[in-house]
Design a binder for this molecule. Structure first.
Ligand code: FES
Length: 578
């Protein structure tokens, strides 16, 4: 089959001369243009992203694999998104990175690409870009960080930080102990080592069939991660020859398998908008309801924090994602094609997990159901999410008085005010924290419990917002309320003192006011001031979709398709582009 790169390098004319000479200038010889596949290594390395800072070495392993299989590896950068340093939130920039990836794949002479991602948003951004460009692609993730140890206990970076921060605010640990924790917490490169968003996404990518079996869980520093990267490089060359594109892998079946894996691993709520956005790129009809349907029949079998006890390192030693998928086999469609060239069923291991305490069985799961529920009601007509596996059983059916914060600044200013009228039954509400209101839908959904209540021993409250929550976090949090407050969703007019009724069993979240009252209040409501009036932020505000549609841009759904295979201007480029 003719390679796509042949359109750049195959002709012995001016165009071929110019394109070959561009790479000869890098020191490549004519052997580079003998018809071998050109494999891009799409590298989200950045010193601003600690989770991805080891990627130069991983890219070297990928390049080694490409060379072993007779391809030519060419590494290129994209923007990168670091959860901890990027403000207001990486989610504001996920679509920008996806555009960067899509346009790089579309416009350069690549026959296949290895996507190298780790920190939360870098994984969906690269997948979304690759799905739209539809160039053969395989993903390598960066692996979890080495677990930190504090006072003899292994730490998950986020999960334990939230707990210790509450301990500090409640006076249960000292500032000196908290400082000691800080020194211990960031123990190595790699992504968060519990089932936060990055580990969830890595597992999902494997379940989708977009990475090699067994490549999600090896720790960032483990030699087997480098071997997996090398194998992905080799496989990328074969993908180029086979022209195995993401469109053949990202099918409705693959998304069902990924959602089942999400629920079974006790994974992050953040995976929901990422999968919705990816489905939109792949032309797959996926709705929030599908998550709820599959969640009702899928037990949580992976015992990893925040919903369980262990860390991803233990999951790796217990057999990793292949052992999880083997256990889930009755719930999966094993005929789904994967980037390995084999079906999902053909990639499953013969042996079950070596550690049933980490990977439980369908018959004796960690939790029978409750990985995720989709709520609807007068407060969230287009849906909201709650993760029962990290919530308090006693709060799953709860009616309480709302205490409403207008935005994150209002929350920060008042939450610890000793005069605040709040008790353990109050429902804390945050609005203007959604895709447009914040903007970018930051992870503000785990609203802090007021210090006064923490000191009295309150460890959970019902919290409601149009924000997201860190995948490492926990609590009875109603998240992703859609439509968000900033576009006149009912959250915009919820008032302090209103009654809110949460009923997880019935999948309801309601603002208990008189009929017509919400509409009457909205008629008098004025939208908050627009946060950006130029540049990318302005583009974001004009085009971002709501959480129930994955927060992609309206104009990015779908694929470049033929445009990627036959780039416009490939011949004219010798005149206009040199
Ligand atoms: Fe990067 Fe958690 S901060 S994965």
């Amino acid at each position: 089959m003719a390679l796509r790169s042949g359109r750049w390098f195959g002709g012995h004319d001016l165009a071929g001369f110019v394109h070959r000479s561009a790479l000869r200038a890098e020191g490549l010889s004519s052997a580079a243009f003998d018809g071998r596949p050109i494999v891009g290594i799409c590298n989200s390395w950045s010193e601003l992203v600690n989770c991805n800072v080891h990627f130069q070495a991983l890219a070297g392993a990928i390049a080694r694999g490409v060379l072993q299989a007779g391809g030519l590896p060419l590494q290129f950068p994209t923007i990168s998104l670091g959860e901890q340093l990027m403000k207001p939130t990486t989610m504001l920039y996920r679509n920008l990175m996806a555009m960067d990836v899509e346009e790089s794949l579309r416009s350069y002479p690549l026959d296949a690409v290895v996507l190298l991602a780790g920190c939360d948003k870098t994984v969906p951004a690269q997948l979304m870009g690759a799905a739209s460009a539809d160039v053969p692609a395989i993903m390598v993730t960066g692996g979890p960080a080495k677990p930190a140890v504090f006072r003899g206990r292994q730490l998950g970076v986020g999960t334990d930080l939230w707990r210790y921060t509450d301990d500090l605010r409640a006076g249960r640990i000292t500032q000196a102990e908290y400082d000691e924790l800080e020194a211990a917490a960031g123990s190595s490169v790699g992504h968060c080592p519990e089932m936060g968003t990055a580990s969830t996404m890595a597992a999902i990518v494997e379940a989708l069939g977009m990475s090699l079996p067994g490549s999600a869980a090896p720790p960032a520093g483990d030699a087997r991660r480098y071997a997996a990267a090398e194998a992905a490089g080799r496989r990328a060359v074969a993908l180029a020859h086979e022209e195995l594109r993401p469109s053949r892998i990202l099918t409705p079946t693959a998304f069902d398998n990924a959602i089942t894996a999400l629920i079974a691993t006790g994974g992050s709520t953040n995976a929901v908008p990422h999968l919705l956005a990816l489905a939109g790129r792949a032309g797959v009809e996926l709705t929030l309801e599908r998550f709820d349907e599959l969640a009702r029949h899928t037990p949580m079998i992976v015992n990893v924090r925040p919903a369980g006890e262990h860390l991803v390192e233990q999951l790796f030693h217990a057999g990793g994602v292949p052992a999880v998928l083997r256990e889930l086999a009755p719930l999966l469609d094993l005929t789904a094609l994967t980037v390995s060239g084999r079906t999902l069923g053909e990639t499953l291991p013969d042996q079950p997990t070596s550690d049933p305490d980490v990977i439980a069985s369908l018959e004796d799961p960690v939790k029978p159901t409750g990985g995720l529920v989709v709520l609807r009601g007068s407060l969230a007509p287009r849906g909201a999410l709650l993760k029962p596996s990290v919530a308090s059983e006693r709060l799953l059916r709860h009616s309480g008085t709302a205490l409403v914060f207008d935005d994150i600044d209002d929350l920060a200013a008042r939450i610890d005010d000793p005069a605040l009228e709040v008790d353990a039954n109050t429902i804390l509400v945050l609005r203007n924290a959604g895709p447009i209101g914040a903007p970018g839908m930051p992870e503000w959904g785990q609203l802090p419990i007021p210090e006064r209540l923490l000191r009295a021993g309150v460890d959970d409250m019902v919290r409601v917002s149009d924000a997201r929550m860190s995948g490492t976090a926990f609590g009875t949090t109603v998240l992703h309320v859609a439509p968000e407050g900033a576009i006149a969703g009912p959250l915009a007019v919820a008032g302090t003192g209103d009654r809110i009724e949460l009923d997880v069993e019935a999948r309801r979240i309601d603002l208990a006011v008189e009929p017509g009252e919400i509409e009457r209040r909205i008629a008098e409501w004025a939208p908050p001031a627009r946060k950006y009036d130029r540049g990318y932020g302005s583009l974001f505000l004009d085009h971002v979709l709501q959480a129930d549609e994955g927060c992609d841009f309206d104009f990015l759904r779908g694929r470049s398709g033929q445009a990627a295979r036959e780039p416009y201007g490939i011949l004219q480029g010798t005149i206009g582009g040199w």
